[in-house]
Design a protein around this ligand. Structure first.
Ligand code: NAP
Length: 264
């Protein structure tokens, strides 16, 4: 059996489920992290039927105490199975679609705790583990096109994803003398539960990507050592908007969001 394992956050839904399937399909053992335990257990059973080992770890990553204890819980299982953690996928992320003035401090803080603090903490823990075992290791951080394109009504979300992109680019550079790579994937719209949780109401046919395609491309980019990756031709083209003057850029991003999502 392959003695390498991956830890995937947000593995109870959407892109995280498909990333876990993709990694298991490549023979990796997987540690599945999210809050909804039953969903993790059912995915773990599905992955074990593919011939790998899978562990369901329920954890609220926006809770500092639970976050701080997560890698220890993972390490106990890894030691018992004589495995090493060689892949970390920071995929769990949330956002709220509304004007900043309508949002509470608590909601903004929750998104920052998950999208920024949890991701950074897990990278700290993972880099220490990877340096200790010395095997080639990979970090995949899921950002968003909103990292590159300032997105009205998604102000905190867009800013946290800009953090994820910048953090990943610099961390990859800082780790260039090690055998740890860092990849940041920046998807555009993906059909998952994300919009429902964000309070976004979609208008008709959206032309969004399937999460299985986004997951496959992100995992490929990670193993290829690509630092920033944008899945899909249309998304790649839309990143060119970032070179426009700021007022025009923000207006254009706002208009393009309102093609697929109801206004607030
Ligand atoms: P999703 O279907 O809503 O999945 C989000 C995952 O995050 C779930 O597994 C959820 O599990 C987990 N999660 C949320 N809060 C958590 C918490 N406090 N602690 C632990 N886990 C938590 O959304 P998705 O589209 O797959 O999103 C995955 C990533 O892709 C996110 O980072 C998102 O920003 C990014 N992204 C999505 C889109 C899109 O259009 N869908 C576009 C660009 C980027 P539990 O609820 O069970 O905890």
């Amino acid at each position: 059996m392959n003695k390498h394992a991956a830890l995937v956050t947000g593995a109870s839904s959407g892109i995280g489920v498909d990333i876990a399937r993709e990694l298991a399909g490549r023979g990796m053992n997987v540690i599945l992290v999210a809050r909804r335990r039953e969903r993790l257990e059912s995915l773990a059973a599905e992955l074990e039927a593919m011939g790998v080992k899978a562990l369901a770890l329920d954890c609220d990553l926006a809770d500092r105490q639970q976050l701080n204890g997560l890698m220890q819980r993972a390490a106990e299982w890894l030691d018992a199975e004589a495995m090493v953690l060689t892949v970390l996928v920071n995929n769990a992320g949330t956002g709220v679609w509304d004007w900043f003035a309508n949002q509470t401090r608590e909601i903004s803080q929750r998104d920052i705790d998950l999208n920024v603090t949890a991701l950074t903490t897990l990278c700290h823990d993972f880099v220490a583990m990877a340096k200790a075992h010395g095997k080639p290791a990979h970090i995949l951080n899921i950002a968003s096109l909103a990292a590159m394109l300032p997105t009205p009504r998604f102000v905190v979300y867009s800013a946290t994803k800009a953090y994820v992109q910048r953090f990943s680019e610099i961390l990859d550079y800082e780790l260039r003398q090690t055998n740890i790579s860092v990849t940041c994937s920046c998807p555009g719209g993906v059909l998952t539960e994300f919009m429902q949780h964000a309070g976004q109401e979609l208008k008709g046919d959206t032309g969004m990507m399937a999460s299985a395609d986004v997951a496959r491309l992100a995992v490929q980019a990670m193993f290829a050592g690509q630092v920033v990756h944008v899945p899909g031709m249309l998304n790649k083209l839309s990143t060119l908007v970032r070179f426009l003057p700021r007022p025009l850029k923000i207006r254009l991003v706002e208009k393009s969001m309102l093609v697929t999502v109801q206004d607030k």
